[in-house]
Ligand binder design. Structure first.
Ligand SMILES: NC(=O)C1=CN([C@@H]2O[C@H](COP(=O)(O)OP(=O)(O)OC[C@H]3O[C@@H](n4cnc5c(N)ncnc54)[C@H](OP(=O)(O)O)[C@@H]3O)[C@@H](O)[C@H]2O)C=CC1
Ligand SMILES: O=C1O[C@H](COP(=O)(O)O)[C@@H](O)[C@H](O)[C@H]1O
Length: 490
């Protein structure tokens, strides 16, 4: 069933080595792909097949059950040195693809993975079409990496370019957050638990908080990040995708075709409140776990007067019956106190008979580095008097489950093999999210939203905390480290 020739553009790149080869190996080990597959890696550097096989063996590293097994897997990998802007190479590529389709009996099924800078996507798509590499035989699917444009206009242009060679149902736009175990679990929490299903609306939910915190800086990607910043890098795609899963109405079935219109409805009904309901900021030098890090402007390939946001925070409202007037707060940033991706759903408090202030019930979904859920309830404290205190029911996947949990890319490639686009961004979603983000960027350009600064190792600027105070709430997650640094904890 899972027979295909994969043609990978960008085979010598970071993503291919760190994520794609290990994911393909795990699919191979679990029997999802067996003998009827081949990978053609392309990039400009003049590698041989043998050298490329060595790169693949190195990339799968400890995952391999034995050296011979790794070598057997790598023998399915072929390499073509190829500049994607150079037309003549596509003919050789077509010949190699046809040869491997026959050799590995892949029924002419083809998957094209564009793991390179987006400026090349249009060129590649048009050559795939003009050189008949996309020839209408077998299934033909295109996997494309982010960023999908840098604005609505550029995304539209890119989409038109891809449409020369592929129909929308053949295009799989990767948003790797949609491949994460606990993001997919949002469906289960919401639609497999009557406890939550009936209260997942404006009558019972006070606010939702989405935190995607990273302790890393921009690493080697300063050049890319200068053209992007946190809003475009994380909010336009990952955060809005997750928000749409949290806010959508119940689909008729658990199928991509029923889920998609519900997600689109959310994205098209997203409202930006006031211009000052967004906070953008940049990190200055600071310390994380005893290590001092430099300021963003001192990173490689970053302008020393850069005004790019490395932190973005704000609030969106979803104008649907279900969620009208419920704030969805978000924050994401580099060089924050610690890596932590989590969602807090804070439920409203009703009047109570105890004459005491009660805490809101909070459901927390832990995405990473730990995976699980917790639910904060109010309970009676042990003792003669009737004092209430919050108690936390906490579930986390254990180390073994975490270890066996498939990588996001492994799951997403599996979905592509099965033609399942549920966990990919469809064009209308991209269109709606850029429409909104363009508006945010417009207000930023008029300087209504100043650029604030935060120290590396903090949880962002003070203004991000003040934003929630304006809505009479606070960030529900603040890492212990943050308090410790300020002397609140030993
Ligand atoms: N790395 C990551 O963690 C993530 C990456 N992405 C996205 O994945 C894509 C790839 O990123 P990444 O792997 O980091 O990038 P890299 O810069 O590491 O790799 C780029 C690849 O493109 C090849 N290449 C560049 N120019 C040409 C050309 N003219 N013709 C043929 N090949 C060319 C390079 O090989 P050579 O120099 O040999 O030609 C290399 O294989 C990008 O869209 C990025 O945004 C998304 C999320 C995370
Ligand atoms: O898409 C991106 O995501 C990563 C964060 O991904 P995670 O899986 O490690 O949470 C981010 O570092 C990067 O800047 C961005 O392009």
């Amino acid at each position: 069933m899972n027979q295909a020739v994969f043609t990978l553009f960008g085979a010598s790149g970071d993503l291919a080595k760190r994520k794609l080869y290990p994911s393909l190996y795990r699919l191979y080990k679990s029997g999802v792909i067996k003998e009827n597959f081949a990978v053609i890696g392309t990039a400009r550097r003049p590698w041989t097949k043998a050298y490329f096989e060595g790169i693949v063996v190195d990339a799968i590293g400890n995952l391999a059950t034995s050296k011979s097994d790794a070598q057997k897997f790598a023998s399915h990998f072929y390499y073509q040195s190829h500049d994607v802007t150079d037309s003549e190479h596509y003919l050789t590529l077509k010949n190699l693809q046809d040869e491997l389709c026959d050799k590995y009996q892949t029924n002419h099924n083809k998957i094209f993975f564009l793991a390179m800078a987006p400026e090349f996507f249009g060129t590649i798509a048009s050559h795939l079409k003009s050189e008949n590499i996309v020839d209408g035989q077998g299934f033909e699917r295109l996997i494309i990496e982010k960023p999908f444009g840098t604005s609505l206009a550029t995304a539209e242009k890119l989409n038109e370019e891809l449409a020369q060679a592929f129909d929308e149902n053949q295009i799989f736009r990767i948003d790797h957050y949609l491949g994460k175990e606990m993001i997919q679990n949002i469906f289960a929490v919401r639609f497999a638990n009557i406890l939550f299903e009936n209260v997942w609306n404006r009558d019972f939910i006070d606010n939702i908080q989405i935190t995607f915190a990273e302790s890393i800086g921009v690493e080697e990607r300063g050049g890319y990040y200068e053209t992007s910043g946190a809003l475009k890098d994380m909010v336009q795609n990952h955060i809005l995708q997750v928000l749409s899963l949290l806010a959508m109405d119940k689909p008729n079935s658990f199928s991509g075709s029923d889920i998609l219109p519900e997600k689109i409805k959310v994205l098209q009904n997203l409202r930006m409140p006031n211009d000052d309901d967004f906070v953008r900021a940049q990190y200055t030098a600071g310390t994380i776990s005893d290590h001092t890090y430099k300021a963003y402007v001192d990173e490689d390939n970053v302008a020393n007067n850069s005004k790019v946001d490395t932190f973005a925070s704000g609030v969106f409202f979803v104008d649907t019956e279900r969620f009208r007037d419920v704030p969805f707060f978000f924050r994401t940033g580099k060089r924050l106190t610690e890596k932590g991706t989590r969602i807090n759903i804070s439920f409203k408090q009703d009047t109570n008979i105890f004459g005491q202030m009660l805490e809101n019930n909070v459901l927390t979904i832990y995405i990473q580095p730990t995976e699980g859920f917790s639910l904060t309830l109010n309970g009676k404290e042990v003792g003669k008097t009737f004092e209430m205190a919050p108690i936390k029911l906490d579930y986390r996947h254990d180390a073994e489950t975490l270890g066996n949990s498939p990588e996001a890319y492994e799951k997403l490639i599996f979905d592509v093999l099965n033609g399942d686009s549920t966990n990919f961004s469809r064009w209308e979603e991209v269109q709606a999210s850029w429409t909104l983000i363009d508006k945010v960027i417009e207000t930023w350009a008029t300087d209504k939203t100043p650029l604030y600064y935060y120290k590396a190792g903090s949880m962002g600027p003070r203004e991000s905390f003040e934003l929630l105070e304006k809505y009479h709430t606070t960030w529900l997650w603040t890492p212990d480290e943050w308090y410790r640094e300020r002397g609140f904890l030993a």
